[in-house]
Design a protein around this ligand. Structure first.
Ligand SMILES: NC(=O)c1ccc[n+]([C@@H]2O[C@H](COP(=O)([O-])OP(=O)(O)OC[C@H]3O[C@@H](n4cnc5c(N)ncnc54)[C@H](OP(=O)(O)O)[C@@H]3O)[C@@H](O)[C@H]2O)c1
Length: 325
């Protein structure tokens, strides 16, 4: 086959794929989607993916916010303390996706009330981490209190208002965190790996690209996930598997330190007792990496949403090279 034929075929494939994706959004009863926190780490790629899927996207931002919203999106800067202003901003919207900052997850109640008043039919709250419905670690439960209570409220309100449905999405860690240089026990600068217990405990990761695909899939077929808290899994891996790939990709020697999960528990509790919320990271090491933690998602909603798992090696290589999959 000539090179030009390959290019033509590739263009056709891309075009067909785009048409299929747009068709999925066109077939959804949800057309107008408001994103809270659109300028954030998750919000930015989320807006792009929703637009590419054919949704009409509006970004809701705090009045006076210094953030720069993504290009090409309608922006409504609103005083979140004003129920009328919020209701007005949500009039005509079919869905509300919150990608608000972790520290502001307790401030999502007014969005739910305004969404009910405006007739919004689906809310996706700002979860996007570990499963807050099943988390039992006392320290993490305390840290995730505002997320847990918010989903309780959403559940209660959707029962009272059948027109309102919700979907909670848990995706474990963002794989992209590795790009910051210190994710999952790997310090890329000092080439030091901190392995918890044996390092063989399986856990889930998902790239931001994967997480936003999950949101698009939920909004494209909302009936499949109405009033459910779902888990999606990009990839299942272990610290030792990541270490092997990172060693291959970065070359050179890595210092490997072994730390018992009990140590993280002890340090986390000590920090928590002093009001030092960096204990979250210590507790996460216990929750996900400790031998026997059992946190890998066994029945993720991937099939339901048509999401394929990501290959750990290819994804990590792409992330280390500055991209994503
Ligand atoms: N699984 C993981 O590894 C992982 C990692 C990080 C985050 N997450 C989760 O993903 C979700 C989004 O997090 P993110 O890191 O993308 O958020 P982010 O970038 O920290 O912030 C998102 C947006 O929230 C708004 N915001 C910030 N402070 C606020 C406040 N005090 N009150 C109201 N709005 C405020 C801002 O939007 P405006 O300025 O436009 O108002 C900001 O751009 C959260 O639920 C978080 O827990 C998961």
């Amino acid at each position: 086959m000539q090179r030009t034929d390959y290019l033509t075929n590739a263009r056709l494939l891309i075009q067909n794929h785009a048409e299929v994706v747009i068709l999925a959004a066109q077939m959804s009863p949800l057309k107008n989607v408001t994103v809270v926190g659109a300028s954030g780490t998750l919000g930015m790629p989320l807006v792009k993916a929703l637009q590419e899927a054919g949704f009409h996207v509006t970004a809701l931002s705090r009045a006076g916010s210094p953030s720069t919203p993504p290009a090409g999106v309608v922006v409504k800067k609103v005083d979140y303390a004003s129920p009328e202003a919020l209701r007005e901003a949500l009039a005509g919207q079919d869905a509300l996706v919150s990608a608000i900052a972790t520290t502001a997850t307790g401030e999502q109640y007014p969005f739910i009330d305004a969404a009910i008043a405006a007739g919004v039919s689906r809310i996706i709250p700002s979860e996007f981490g570990i499963n807050t419905r099943t988390v039992s670690h006392p320290g993490l439960k305390a840290m995730l209190y505002s997320k847990i209570k918010l989903v309780d409220y959403l559940q209660e309100k959707s029962t009272e208002n059948p027109g309102l449905t919700w979907t909670g999405i848990s995706n474990s860690f963002f794989f992209d965190t590795i790009k910051k240089g210190t994710g999952f026990g790997f310090d890329l600068k000092t080439k030091t790996a901190t392995i918890v217990d044996s390092g063989d405990e399986p856990f889930d990761l998902a790239t931001l690209d994967f997480v936003v695909k999950a949101v698009v899939a939920v909004l494209s077929s909302p009936e499949k996930t109405a009033n459910q808290y779902i888990t999606v899994s990009g990839t299942v891996t272990t610290q030792n598997q990541l270490l092997e790939i990172i060693r291959e990709e970065t070359g050179g020697d890595w210092n490997v330190e072994k730390v018992a999960s009990a140590k993280y528990e002890e340090v986390g509790n000590e920090k928590l007792s002093k009001g030092d919320y960096s204990c979250f990271g210590d507790f996460l090491h216990v929750l996900l990496f400790a031998d026997g933690a059992g946190q890998a998602f066994h029945h993720p909603a991937n099939d339901l949403l048509g999401l394929e798992r990501q290959d750990a090696r290819a994804t990590l290589k792409a992330l280390l090279a500055g991209g994503s999959l």
